[in-house]
Design a protein around this ligand. Structure first.
Ligand code: SAM
Length: 285
């Protein structure tokens, strides 16, 4: 079978199985099986595949047909133009989370400090903290997660990107203890409500870790905990920067206001126009 035929076959099968991006996934998986880039597939569509290549592609395709996310099949996901190792013990970093990184960089730039201490609460693969460490050479980053396996992955990713020396990794529950005083606490916390879990796409529900997704009955429980901990975790004048889900803006604004700890909160939309990041500065006095 040649490359074009293999791609067409896989695309058809993926479509039948309800995979939302069948052609793209077929191309990404075939280029992985051939250890080539996607351009190779276009340039050499008529090239016959040997038995090993066909078997490797078939094995990857079977996993995708079972709705395993492409990132877990490949073992990596790009975020902030960096490649992150991922497996089923960490959430796959999402493109909208890059907006969180942008906001922290803006705040860090405005603060113009020499050194800056940042806590990435719920670090997962380390995507946010590592992207920040790569952009802010004088920042010290603490990555906190309740999942020890996730932290091991985060540390490997930090090593890969040469920032391990400026990061520390703490296994703990952010609802219980947030010792230390940080200039910025940033988090992409779980924010799915219990009742919405079953409606998530099969790829997410079957493969991504539930504790990375679901916060509790409302979906905003972890935001509430982080806002409550603002006084113990943040320096005066420090910033809390939180990712949130669609429709959570009002509730979280209310939590910031009710805490009495912060000046007014503000939101930033993602590139799909959804309010995605909410942030507020701890009062100076
Ligand atoms: C939505 S994922 C975010 C992962 C990563 N920061 C990202 O943006 O791709 C949330 C992370 O928070 C962690 N987590 C959930 N509850 C936690 C808690 N109570 N304390 C600390 N970490 C928690 C999960 O293990 C998961 O890694």
């Amino acid at each position: 079978m040649n490359i074009n035929d293999a791609l067409n076959d896989a695309e058809r099968t993926f479509r039948q199985r309800g995979i939302p991006t069948p052609r793209l996934d077929a191309e990404v998986l075939l280029s992985h099986a051939l250890a080539a880039d996607r351009g190779f597939l276009y340039r050499h569509g008529g090239r016959e595949m040997n038995e090993d290549e066909a078997e490797a592609f078939a094995a990857l395709s079977v996993r995708r047909c079972a709705h395993e996310p492409v990132a877990y099949i490949l073992g990596s996901k790009e975020f902030w133009s960096l490649s992150f190792e991922v497996d089923a013990r960490v959430l796959i970093p999402r493109p909208e989370t890059e907006v969180v990184v942008e906001e922290v960089l803006r705040i860090a730039g405005e603060a113009g400090k020499k050194g800056i201490d940042i806590l990435d609460a719920g670090a997962g693969s380390g995507a946010i903290g590592i992207a920040l460490a790569a952009e802010l050479p004088r920042a010290a980053i603490t990555a906190l997660d309740i999942s020890f396996p996730a932290l091991l992955t985060a540390r490997r990713n930090a090593r890969t990107h040469g920032v391990e020396g400026r990061m520390c990794f703490i296994c703990g529950n952010l609802c219980e203890s947030l010792g230390g005083k940080f200039d910025i606490v940033v988090s992409n916390p779980p924010y799915i409500a219990d009742k919405d879990y079953e409606a998530l796409p099969e790829d997410v529900r079957k493969y991504e870790p539930r504790p990375a997704l679901v916060a509790g009955p409302e979906g905003t429980e972890i935001h509430a905990a982080l806002i409550r901990r603002g006084d113990s975790a943040l320096k005066r004048g420090g910033w809390l920067v939180l990712e949130m889900g669609a429709g959570q803006e009002r509730d979280i604004e209310g939590m910031f206001a009710a805490s009495g700890l912060f000046g007014g909160s503000r939101c930033r939309k993602d590139y799909a126009g959804i309010p995605r990041v909410i942030m507020a500065q701890r009062k100076e006095a």
